[in-house]
Design a protein around this ligand. Structure first.
Ligand SMILES: Nc1ncnc2c1ncn2[C@@H]1O[C@H](COP(=O)(O)OP(=O)(O)OP(=O)(O)O)[C@@H](O)[C@H]1O
Ligand SMILES: [Mg+2]
Length: 279
């Protein structure tokens, strides 16, 4: 079975999950019942710069993301969404407040430890996909595994599956400059998912995609959250994209101003418009 083959039984990070998959009947919608919290932040503040030039980008944000949740973050331009995503991804440190990932408080960790944590537990899709120009699409997708010192061959099944899912089988040997913007974005998404990280952070993952391809990517993120209990945190301006998440968190001026579940895209759009007109 494809999904099973693509997971590496010998890898410590995957052992637990692998066993879980083996013992669960079928592969669909496996959700752990104990409500484990994947990421928790409290009283998060971020100030860029100093003195009169200081910008308070985050003004005391507290949130919890349960394992397996697909969350969307929305808000006007400049409201702090990317800042929040960078701090959640341990790419930047908060000015004050706490970030706890998988029970571990990040504030005490060295830069080296943070780098390891990112490698082992996180997948990133950022606005400028950061693909390596000299590597092919498939090499870019495999990069997180290679950086972690794993053999590419172990990931052959997973690579194949992801290329199918993002619709790039016939582009696997193309370099980024031989791919369209949307194709590059899909490579970046496959790369973020290849090792089934606990947490996937995505800034506008459907931004450059037509609606059909975008829907495919959203379904893929949805499926990742359900199947592998990955926590997906996605920033998006697109109400349709946010509508496919379990929860939408609305930011304005560095604060969480609202959150909601089960909203339809037009309701999300209404709230965003209200926020934009008042901020
Ligand atoms: N490196 C930086 N130095 C100084 N100010 C910054 C820096 N990065 C972001 N800011 C400021 O912090 C605020 C939040 O920025 P952020 O990038 O998080 O917004 P955003 O919600 O992601 O916006 P957008 O929707 O436009 O991407 C903005 O006012 C921005 O100007
Ligand atoms: Mg941003």
């Amino acid at each position: 079975m494809k999904f099973r083959d693509s997971l590496t039984a010998g890898q410590t990070g995957y052992k637990r999950r692998f066993r879980r998959l083996q013992s669960s009947p079928g592969y669909t919608r496996y959700v752990e019942k104990n409500g484990r919290v994947a990421v928790e932040i409290s009283d998060l503040e971020k100030v860029y710069g100093e003195g009169r030039a200081a910008v308070r980008a985050l003004k005391g944000i507290s949130l919890e993301f349960p394992a397996g949740e697909f969350a969307a973050i929305m808000g006007p331009s400049g409201s702090g969404k990317s800042t929040l995503l960078h701090i959640l991804g341990a790419l930047d440190r908060p000015s004050s407040g706490k970030v706890v990932v998988g029970g571990q408080d990040l504030s005490g960790l060295s830069d080296r430890k943070l780098t390891l944590l990112r490698r082992e537990r996180m997948g990133f899709v950022f606005q400028f996909f950061n693909l390596i120009p000299t590597l092919s699409a498939e090499e870019n997708i495999l990069l997180p595994a290679l950086i972690a010192g794993e053999k590419a061959a172990k990931y052959a099944g997973r690579l194949d599956e992801l290329l199918d899912l993002v619709g790039l089988q016939n582009r696997r040997t193309h370099r980024p400059d031989e791919l369209s913007g949307g194709e590059q974005q899909r490579v970046a998404i496959a790369r973020a998912l290849v090792r089934n990280p606990d947490i996937v952070l995505a800034d506008e993952p459907t931004g450059n995609l037509d609606s059909k391809t975008g829907d495919g990517i959203l379904a893929l993120l949805r499926e990742s959250a359900n199947r592998y209990e990955q926590t997906i945190i996605m920033v998006s301006h697109d109400a349709r994209a946010a509508g496919s998440a379990d929860r939408v968190i609305f930011l304005a001026d560095g604060r969480v101003v609202d959150e909601a579940r089960g909203l339809e895209p037009d309701e999300i759009l209404e709230r965003v418009k209200t926020l934009e007109s008042t901020s």
